[in-house]
Design a binder for this molecule. Structure first.
Ligand code: IVH
Length: 688
């Protein structure tokens, strides 16, 4: 039974299996699942489709549930998290987790090189160069190739057991791969860094702020905060990654160089960084650091320097450790991406949707090679929490490509401080009274607010809206600043001469933009509705509205109640749409758009059809956009059936937030589990 190559996906019924058969299959499945995890996450070369992988995974879950005696704490099924802990217990490291001597300057790095040459008595030195990950350092222990536990660094001697959390990290194998013709070490303790990619970090922070939670200051804090959580299920859904870079202790195997170790890691399935390199001179070290520093922003994750390590392990031992750092390694850091500067003022910026965001105006400061003069403060609560006021000294950070952020206030005892910040009552740009929604404030003036106008124009013109090619940021800004465009309707009356008047245009390019605007006069209703940039109306909602009301005229006259009848549209959206069309200013602009010759095409009448005929759905957990009742109603209106329990007849289990035992049941039975987004797709795309 082998699930590594061409795994089979049809299985014998669980209730017809003996324990012996089940054990053999479980073991083969674990090996197979782990192997495919390894191909997918470590080698980044998957050999099977996600669907096949899911089938193997589900089969493994099914067998483990049917035969509890076969359960194992290191089964790959544990990647979804375990019951929450009361507290983290302490563990002593197999060998101390040291820190690194480090410096920014070239002189210190060169001194390290000289020190090594002097004290090893040889000039034939090989170094290994590695990126210095700015993440969360951990120890991971494998016994006979099986994950035993993992720990935080703690004080270097003793850390906290975070095994359950570590187990959920996808690229971390719970069973190592066995290289060809070679046994796995009986004991292996490795050191690595848990990291979160910049992209994942931005997304996570955005979600946190939207939920009214405090954003993490940087990816490292995010990784650290998540890894020290007590509930591993909450860790399992976070996109964390891990890189390994040192052996803390190994038994039953010998290495002569660090480079050999690094070559072995991926063979075992331990992920290493592709930038690791070997060299023998300081000139090469310098070139490596420069290259890494120059490409720093292109890294998907945060690095804050280069680690230079002596390659020869016997020489390492001879040099030993001083205080808490080995003499054989050195971190040549990059300039910090955090600097102290003065907060000159807090202004309020108005975004496309009218959202008011407090922004810190800073005395310009170089942060990691980029001059920073503005930084986001997220929202009023954040300003309060950080308690920053004009005149304060603040620490500013640039976490990756993220917008610069004020991290903290530097306390200056005795200095008289400025006034506490509060959100303005009126839109700082157009003077309209602002409205509040939870932690957020926004200007309801819509298309007539100049600050929102630039954003609106860009949105109006973007690919998925009216697709006016060539209408970019700088151009929109100029149009608004020169008051050539006071609302999106004005775009249509621009002449070639007007456009030619803007900076950066020649006859041909002006002609092109003019043409692009004119061709956008023909617009499909759903795209047009999306283009209007109504709060809460994304592409999907725009399509639902367009399909329901079919003409712009009918849509503008629709009541909130009419809209709420549409599946997938709740009170908040309906209210937003209704109030948008109720505003006189918006009506005026719409009329102007139509008068300018824009023809909004009516939506074709939907084809009726019971697309879910014969399909049975079961819902578990909370859905965001539908009540349970509404979801059932939709399924039924499409010819399907909604049932309250999972059975052999169930086609889909829709799992929302905090799903219940039905999810387990579904997995056990191998029923397809889909999330809310997929459910929306099924009912939305093929609606009625
Ligand atoms: S080696 C004894 N290699 O930097 C040497 N550390 O200040 C142990 N770090 O907390 C460390 N990338 O978490 C090493 N490629 C790398 C590293 C690295 C990041 C971290 C490590 C440690 C800190 C040292």
């Amino acid at each position: 039974m082998d699930f590594k190559k061409n795994p089979r996906t049809t299985f014998k019924a669980v209730n017809k299996m003996t324990l012996k058969e089940a054990r053999a299959e479980v073991e083969a499945l674990r090996e197979g699942v782990e192997y495919h995890n390894y191909l997918y996450y470590v080698k980044v070369q998957p050999a099977i489709s996600d669907a096949v992988f899911d089938k193997l995974f589900r089969r493994l879950q099914e067998l483990e549930e049917a035969f509890p005696e076969l359960e194992s704490p290191t089964s790959p099924t544990r990647k979804v998290g375990a019951p929450p802990l009361d507290r983290l217990t302490k563990v002593k490291h197999t060998s101390p987790m040291l820190s690194l001597n480090s410096a920014l300057g070239e002189a210190e790095a060169e001194e390290f090189d000289r020190f090594i040459r002097r004290n090893t008595g040889t000039d034939a030195i090989a170094y290994v160069l590695e990126p210095k990950f700015d993440g969360f350092s951990v120890e991971v222990v494998y016994r006979n190739g099986v994950f035993e536990y993992g720990a935080t660094r703690g004080d270097g001697e003793t850390g906290e057991d975070i095994s359950e959390n570590l187990k959920t990290i996808r690229p971390l194998l719970l069973r190592l791969q066995e290289p060809k013709a070679e046994k796995l070490p009986g004991f292996l303790a490795v050191r690595g860094e848990v990291i979160m990619s910049k992209k994942a970090f931005q997304k996570l922070n955005k979600e946190r702020v939207e939920r009214g939670e405090a954003p993490f200051a940087n990816p490292r804090n995010a990784a650290a905060g998540i890894m020290r959580q007590l509930d591993s299920k909450k860790v399992a859904d976070k996109p964390l990654d891990i890189f390994f870079y040192e052996i803390l202790k190994v038994e039953g195997m010998e290495f002569e160089t660090h480079w050999q170790e690094l070559q072995k890691f991926p063979q075992w399935g331990l992920k290493t960084d592709a930038h690791n390199s070997r060299c023998s001179s300081f000139t090469e070290i310098k070139a490596y650091r420069e290259k890494l520093a120059a490409g720093r922003e292109d890294f998907d994750y945060e690095i804050d320097g280069v680690v230079i390590k002596l390659d020869d392990l016997r020489l390492r031992e001879r040099l030993g450790t001083r205080e808490r750092s080995p003499r054989w390694a050195f971190a040549w850091k990059f300039p910090p991406k955090k600097e102290v500067t003065t907060l000159e003022d807090i202004v309020v910026q108005v975004g496309r949707t009218g959202m008011l965001t407090p922004v810190a105006l800073l005395e310009p400061v170089d942060v990691g090679g980029v001059t920073v003069s503005r930084a986001t403060l997220h929202n009023e609560d954040e300003v309060r929490k950080k308690d920053v006021r004009p005149g304060d000294k603040v620490r500013v950070a640039r976490a990756g490509d993220v917008i610069p952020e004020v991290v903290e206030r530097i306390d200056e005892p005795g200095r008289r401080r400025g006034k506490e910040f509060s959100m303005p009552k009126k839109c700082p740009v157009c003077g309209t009274e602002v409205m509040r929604e939870g932690a957020y404030y926004f200007c309801p003036a819509g298309l007539s607010c100049p600050a929102q106008l630039i954003g609106h124009i860009l949105h109006y013109a973007c690919r998925n809206a009216l697709n006016i090619e060539g209408l970019g940021d700088q151009i929109a800004r100029q149009m608004v600043e020169r008051e050539m465009v006071k609302d999106v309707a004005d775009l249509y009356t621009l002449t070639v001469a007007d456009i030619l008047d803007l900076e950066g245009f020649a006859e041909k390019s002006a002609q092109n933009l003019y043409q692009a605007i004119q061709s956008a006069k023909q617009a499909r209703l759903d795209r047009f509705v999306y283009a209007l940039g109504i709060r809460h109306v994304g592409e999907h909602v725009a399509r639902l509205l367009a399909e329901e009301f079919r003409s712009l005229d009918r849509l503008t006259r629709a009541s909130r109640e009419d809209m709420e009848k549409i599946h997938g549209i709740g009170t908040e959206i309906a209210q937003s749409v209704e109030s948008f069309f109720a505003q006189e200013e918006n009506r005026r602009v719409l009329e102007k758009i139509v008068r300018a010759g824009v023809r909004v095409e009516d939506m074709p009448v939907r084809r009726e059809g019971l697309i879910l005929k014969g399909k049975t759905f079961v819902f578990t957990g909370e859905l965001e956009n539908y009540t349970r009742e509404k979801a059932k109603e939709i399924v039924e209106s499409l010819g399907g059936r909604a049932s309250s329990s999972v059975s052999g007849a169930t086609d889909y289990v829709v799992a929302g937030r905090n799903p219940g035992s039905k999810l387990e049941e579904a997995k056990k039975r191998g029923v397809a589990v889909i999330d809310e987004a997929e459910f929306s797709k099924i009912i939305g795309q093929k609606k009625r």
